[in-house]
Design a protein around this ligand. Sequence first.
Ligand code: C2O
Ligand code: CU
Ligand code: CU
Length: 551
Amino acid sequence: MTRINPSRRQFLRGLFDMVGAATAAELGLLAWSAPAIGDEKMARMAMPQLAAPNVPLVNPVTLARFVDPLPLPAVAKPVGQRSDPTHPGKQLPLYRMEMRAFKAQLHRDLPPTPLWGYNGSFPGPTLVARRNEPLLIEWANALPKKHFLPIDHTIHGAERSKPEVRTVTHVHGARVSPSSDGYPEEWFEPGRSAVSHYPNAQDAATLWYHDHAMGITRLNIYAGLLGAYLIEDDAEKALNLPTGDCDLPLILCDRLIAKDGQLYYPVSDDPDAPWVSECNGNAILCNGKLFPFTEVEPRRYRLRLINAANTRFYELSLSNGLAFTQIASDQGLLAAPLTRSHVTLYPAERADVIVDFSGMDGKQAQLRQQGDAIMEFRVRDRGRKDTSAVPATLRTIERMAEASAVRDRVLTLGEQDDAGGSPMMMMLGGKHWSAPITEDPRQNTTEIWSMVNLTGDAHPMHLHLVRFQVLERRPFDLFVWNESKTLKYTGPAIPPAPEEMGWKDTVRADPGMVTRIIAKFEGEPGRYVWHCHLLEHEDNEMMRPFQLLPA
Ligand code: C2O
Ligand code: CU
Ligand code: CU
């Protein structure tokens, strides 16, 4: 095996691309030796190494494909009604989502995997909400007191003084009040629960819910704490897009699975500081299964693609000459459908696509990630007629004028490296999570956020509360920035791709670029967060609070 460049980022990436094919012993060969540095701590920080897995891992290539039916998470049902101070004199439907430990087979030929999930399922039940019909959810933590994944107690918010198991749920993309938004520090322990209020006063969109507990979000989501949250509205309904059993959420995430069925989460070689900056699995799960299949009819389907992975971006395509017709992105419908051979999704991004299986009776097609099968569609005619449509225009999306912004915030995306150039933590605006709040937009004003990426990686940046538009990406001179903290552009601004012209809540900030977004800060004043949605980064300082000031 060849030696690799001892940059941790490269190292992790290379390792996880190979992990399927290599044994643990072979992986061990990839470690490089530490230089002689007197100070113990310095030596550790200078040499974070990815530890070889201490258990044999499943190589998905060796598993039979398309032997498990695609699971469709149950649609959540209210358990009752409750009044809420937000709607005096009105009873709101109350849902209950209990986080529990359970076991499920990720593949027919694998032993059951211990998981954590909402109502004992991974993904959790799908919440289907109607626009302007508020609802309540009681998020109950019924998990064990011990975590089964490696907590790094050196990370801020995950100190040994904190309970190991803590959860707080956030609905990604929902506009809610601060107390219902899943603020990372508002976690609670097993045996406790919290009721959140969701107004659903926003356009139809594919949202998703997931854990957000400070310092362990990456582990809680990896354990299975995620699900889909759909908002429907009349405007979308009037379009007559495929619905019902022809509207399928496809939640994608990847995992490393040990041969005994346990999830394996990668660790550094330091048991006291096991955090790693990336976690790419070799097994891509669709709705919690590896290589599932589903029967479809020769007609149009709406697929709601959700990237729920910790780190990996998906570059999706279909086999058998099929293309995607993308109709929506993070925050709902695009202005018009887009035909695409590939759909790229960074963590937390969504794309709703129409796939037309008509004329394919008896054939099959695969959904693929960079050429590798994720799942299979088997087309079988059951004699139903397709009365759905995909209109040429979906809605009007007015571009927000830059001149409407009262402020342009220049915010760096950076990382703090050790002496060896390996990332130790990630930072926003050069500040730690605990530093005083600096982003404080005023309610109902419009701001531009210019995110200056100083790192070598792309980061999917997410703001809670708001939907935004992507203005542009523009290359800048990193050396000039480092010397004088001034932006010197080195080329023209690159307009967003057509699929980024709708409303977004997560945007890819490319390395070497200033990524500029514009948002109107509507909502209830208070504290929210913005962060990188690579969960390893988010957990290790690449998250900051922001304060919405009253108008
Ligand atoms: Cu998916 Cu803070 O979010
Ligand atoms: Cu969010
Ligand atoms: Cu990041």
